[in-house]
Design a binder for this molecule. Structure first.
Ligand code: MN
Ligand code: MN
Length: 458
């Protein structure tokens, strides 16, 4: 190929034995993380423990930071900020920000979930994020979450992950009786109010009188014996059904990983491990693990919360400089996944401008839908700066849009950070079957994402 033309590089095609070994070794740590952190709360707790191990201490508002400090701010157990203070003047050098999210699409219990029909106890649900509902039926589901009881104590629940645990289930029709359902558009095959969770089938006698024998009553007895819960405790609970699958290698060559929740923990893991591993003291670095991205980044734990700029303010105050100056000089990699090009569904992508599996970290200049609507669209200058940085550091990267023009689209946290006057570009790992219960990524892309972050903060 002429040096004048551009072609993306396939990491596995060019990797020597050393790189291949690094890629496979690195993936092992990721698999541990993704299996341990299936909800934002669990992922947050996992990274807090890892941060403590690396000498990070909790940040308190009002605390004065100095060069070399390593702190974390655990926002309500769902959203984490890791900050390492550098030696450069923050008014001139700004903060290097890597922002990913740790929430994933899932199925949440409603606040009054329990009911019984024909001797089956069920839970009503309300799905979280953009799911294709039919994909969530007839798979093993685990129940994760937190219940705040009447006395104010919080109880963490995780059922369905250990081999001996029961799992939960959403039913679908057998093909023999599905003629009508088969004729429906796929998006209507299973409706939002059809995502009812199978909880139990054994009735319990509440009194000598057999009329009171109900499966729901038995369920309440079990919940009370095991967790001290009563039915009203669901009112103040956040309980989610997530796929009970563990992460597994895919294919004979083991180059890919299937797991629940690659979006976006496949970017969160490289973000925090790059921070821990790249000990260069120069830049001030902030790694954000955001919540609520899948439902619009709203609320106290989403990227739109003022806590993000509050923390930048705290850094600026510590050095007696203007927060506006710090933000103006800051740079951000918005670390979120992109749609991987899938040869089985070519028509939704445009082949020149798609992120391909194993072709490295995927830079996305703009997201959005239709005429780039809702995108912050990174400048040529900032993309050029990142391009130079990655090329100089041997990072294999590519560029790709989320699908063809007018096919669909999507957004990330990039715009919320860019709106704060911070140069921001999206960079993520290509995912196959994004938002499905079991998504697929390439180990090579995971590793190149990590190398990209290391280059960015060094
Ligand atoms: Mn995402
Ligand atoms: Mn998503």
């Amino acid at each position: 190929m002429s040096e004048l033309s551009y072609k993306r590089t396939n990491v596995y095609e060019v990797a020597d034995e050393k790189l291949l070994k690094e890629i496979f070794e690195y993936a092992k740590g990721y698999v541990k993380f993704i299996d341990a952190g299936k909800t934002e709360r669990e992922a947050c707790a996992y990274v807090v423990e890892a941060a403590k191990g690396k000498g990070y201490t909790p940040f308190e508002f009002g605390q004065t930071l100095k060069a070399g400090d390593k702190v974390y701010y655990n926002n309500r157990g769902k959203n984490l900020y890791l900050i390492r203070v550098g030696t450069e003047d923050v008014a001139k050098d700004g903060v290097r920000i890597i922002a990913s999210h740790i929430d994933s699409p899932r199925i949440d219990l409603k606040q009054v979930p329990l009911y019984e029909a024909e001797n089956i106890a069920f839970a009503k649900t309300h799905y979280y994020g953009g799911i294709r509902k039919y994909q969530w039926a007839t798979i093993p589901l685990a129940l994760h979450g937190t219940v705040v009881k009447r006395d104010g104590t919080a109880l963490d629940i995780c059922i369905g992950e250990d081999d001996g645990d029961p799992v939960f289930y959403i039913s679908d029709l057998l093909p023999h009786l599905a003629a009508k359902q088969n004729a429906k558009p796929i998006g209507e095959a299973i409706g939002g109010e059809d995502l009812n969770i199978w909880l139990g089938n054994i009735p319990y006698a509440t009194a000598a009188d057999d009329k009171d024998k109900t499966v729901k009553e038995n369920l309440l007895r079990i919940l009370n014996e095991k967790y001290g819960m009563v039915e009203a405790d669901f009112l103040s609970a956040e309980l989610s059904l997530v796929p009970a699958f563990k992460a597994r290698d895919v294919g004979f060559d083991r180059g890919l990983i299937a797991a629940y929740g690659h979006d976006d923990r496949v970017c969160s893991y490289p973000a925090y491990t790059a921070l821990f591993d790249e000990e260069s003291p120069k830049h001030t670095v902030m790694v954000v693990l955001a919540d609520k991205e899948e439902i619009g980044s709203e609320g106290t734990t989403g990227m739109q919360c003022s806590i993000f700029t509050d923390l930048i303010d705290e850094i600026a105050r510590s050095f007696g400089v203007s927060s506006a100056a710090v933000r103006a000089r800051s740079k951000c990699l918005s670390a979120d996944v992109n749609a991987g090009y899938d040869p089985n569904f070519r028509s939704v992508s445009e082949p020149l401008n798609s992120a391909y599996l194993s072709c490295g970290a995927g830079v996305t200049k703009f997201t959005g839908a239709r005429g780039k609507s809702g995108s912050s669209d990174a400048s040529a200058e900032f993309v050029g700066e990142i391009r130079k940085l990655f090329d100089e550091n041997g990072v294999i990267w590519q560029t790709g849009e989320l699908g063809g023009v007018d096919v669909g689209g999507g957004g990330t946290v990039a715009k919320y950070i860019a709106n704060m006057n911070i140069d921001t570009v999206d960079i993520g790992v290509a995912v196959i079957s994004m938002h499905a219960p079991y998504e697929v990524i390439s180990k090579a892309d995971l590793y190149e994402e990590y190398l990209a972050f290391k280059a960015f903060i060094k």
